[in-house]
Design a protein around this ligand. Structure first.
Ligand code: AMP
Length: 288
């Protein structure tokens, strides 16, 4: 059993006080840090990724549809650290014959959050697998999503930067509904064409569709939780449960707010600039 799972069980699966949580979680720090392939207690250099990616222990926050997966994925490839999306872990568990999968489908397809215990078990398992492969560092996407998850993570790992992606609310629903994935190559696309008038001093925002190549066109799938009704519920859940996580990291001076100015070609170079990272191949990758 992983350190994080043990920490959760030690809390009795809920009901633990804030103090107990952090005390119990911090006892697990060396073991969990080891599970993540990191040297326990080492301070990661803020916005200063090491050459081997070992100094990157970052978190991406943001509403559904904002682009966490896109930008976390790009940074992970650029910095050579794993991109760990808890939504992907949940979808893998859903697709498996795991006895949990039916229970998970009920929750996810209604836009709710799965329990902290389940998500931490999935994440612990993923970190352990990474450790076996010698992975260093990570970019977490979609975790933590509740204050309890944030407190547990803070107790066991040294997160040094939390990137909070922001996009105008009108674009989020359209981006989720337009999202498509190729069932064969796994490529991510978006059929939405977003054009929002500038108002109250904000400039016009245009995000062209990201269309699939011809060989993927007949293999596109839509996520079951990307329907209008479920996305609205996911946005409500975000404002309710996940926004306090932004405040949690803001209070600790770890939050970098980043307002996406538009699509990938405009946003990617600006994000790199905000992070003080140079992409040797910026022009090509921004257009990809
Ligand atoms: P995502 O791909 O990040 O939008 O996640 C898809 C779904 O997985 C969410 O709507 C939740 O049901 C579940 N999920 C992902 N990450 C978490 C988390 N940290 N806590 C609880 N549920 C999660």
């Amino acid at each position: 059993m992983s350190a994080m799972s043990r920490a959760i069980r030690a809390f009795g699966g809920g009901g633990a006080s804030r103090r107990n949580l952090s005390v119990a979680a911090s006892k697990e720090a060396p073991a969990l840090a080891a599970a993540a392939g990191l040297v326990a207690g080492r301070k990661a250099g803020r916005r200063d990724p090491g050459e081997d990616g070992s100094r990157v222990q970052w978190v991406f926050l943001g509403c559904p549809g904002v682009g966490k997966g896109t930008y976390a994925g790009r940074l992970s490839r650029l910095l050579g650290v794993p991109h760990i999306a808890t939504g992907d872990l949940v979808r893998d568990a859903l697709a498996s014959q795991d006895p949990l999968s039916k229970q998970l489908a009920e929750i996810v397809n209604h836009g709710k959050l799965v329990s902290d215990e389940i998500i931490i078990n999935l994440l612990s398992k993923r970190l352990e697998e990474g450790e076996e492969k010698g992975e260093l560092g990570f970019i977490l996407d979609g975790f933590p999503r509740t204050i309890r998850q944030a407190e547990i993570l803070e107790g066991v790992m040294d997160i040094d930067l939390v990137i909070n992606l922001k996009l105008r609310e009108e674009a989020l629903l359209a981006k989720c509904i337009g999202r498509r994935k190729c069932s064969q190559c796994g490529g991510n696309f978006n059929v939405a064409s977003i054009d929002i008038e500038g108002e109250n001093g904000a400039p016009r925002m245009y995000m062209p569709p990201l269309l699939p190549p011809p060989q993927c066109e007949s293999k596109l799938i839509t996520r079951a939780d990307d329907t209008e009704e479920v996305v609205k519920e996911r946005l409500r859940v975000y404002h309710d449960l996940c926004e306090p996580v932004e405040d949690f990291y803001r209070a600790r001076g770890k939050l970098l707010e980043f307002n996406l100015p538009g699509g990938i070609p405009e946003s990617w170079p600006k994000l790199l600039q905000a992070l003080n990272i140079e992409d040797p191949d910026n022009k090509r990758s921004a257009a990809a």
